[in-house]
Design a protein around this ligand. Sequence first.
Ligand SMILES: [Zn+2]
Length: 369
Amino acid sequence: MKLIRSTKCSLKFSTQKKKNDLSIILEEYSKVVNIFINYFWLNPDKATKGELLKPVVDIPETWLSARLRKVAAREGIDMINASKLRWKEKAVIPVHKGDRMYVSCTIADLVPSKDSTFDAWLHLASIGNKMIMDLPIKYHKHFNNYNNIGKRLNSYLITKNYVQFSFEIVTLPKKEGKKCIGIDTGINAMASLNNGNQYGLDIKDCIERVKRCKQGSKGQGVARRALKQRIDEIAKEILVKETPDLIVVERLKNMGKKSKAKRLLAKSIRRSIGTWNWKYWLKRLEAQCEINRISFRSVAPYYTSTTCPVCGHSDRGNRNGEVFLCLSCGHTDNADVNAGKNILNRFLTGQYGVCYKEMNEVQKCASLF
Ligand SMILES: [Zn+2]
């Protein structure tokens, strides 16, 4: 299986002159993309990425090179397609905001550095106006990791602040095995497993440290990084100690305003770790699973904490803080571990065994009620 993974490298080592030049390029590029968007929006039959004819490429009055104009035209087509795909007949004309530029080997090339100050230079040429730029790049842990296990692709996302590199990583087929674990995500323990094991019992402290700091302060940045690091560690620890073949988690609902889903979930989110952390946690856990060839699935997140895994009785009264006690059959357990059991059951009993990403909105609703 092939995966695409990406990582960002900061452009903070560039001189002010380079930063200014990059801003000017991005601004012009954005202007050109928007001209193409307007053109292709009115002439959808011309929007074929394969053969961009010279008269089309020459439409914008700009100093950008023909190569970069082609890149801009393709990005314009992509943006229109994305808008139509997302909004169907309600699609509105998209606008490029000038914050980013996707370029490939026709414009950019990563050249290893000869001295030790930087690891490499991102060499930009054929921009237009005889402009040539070399942006200094320093690699980091993630970059080196992906570079070791994967193949770097010749495509770059450039913004004012960073360059994003992409890697193709080939993984072996998923392991065929039987060890499945259900994981409940919570504040008392980051992860409570159906087998009774719990991981990240210190997560509450880590989150509270972030909350205690002044919003946007330096201290909060430090605490947030520490929290992220801790989440990464917990994800790895579970895989090392449990050696599962399949992991099932509760999906985090995308909550619209006043939706029934939101009302149902409001409570569980409050006693949970926060939407942002939850999202990050699922993302890291999924990434670890991919690298280790472990299947990763998710189920709808409703009533997992109040349902009895023994008799199936579902009642809000079944849960009292950290204790689960079934009002019908008397089964008792740690409430979070109990939720972990329900999550695994929900997956194993069939209709919820749907792949995390492939599930569409209709299926989500169907599995809800
Ligand atoms: Zn029961």
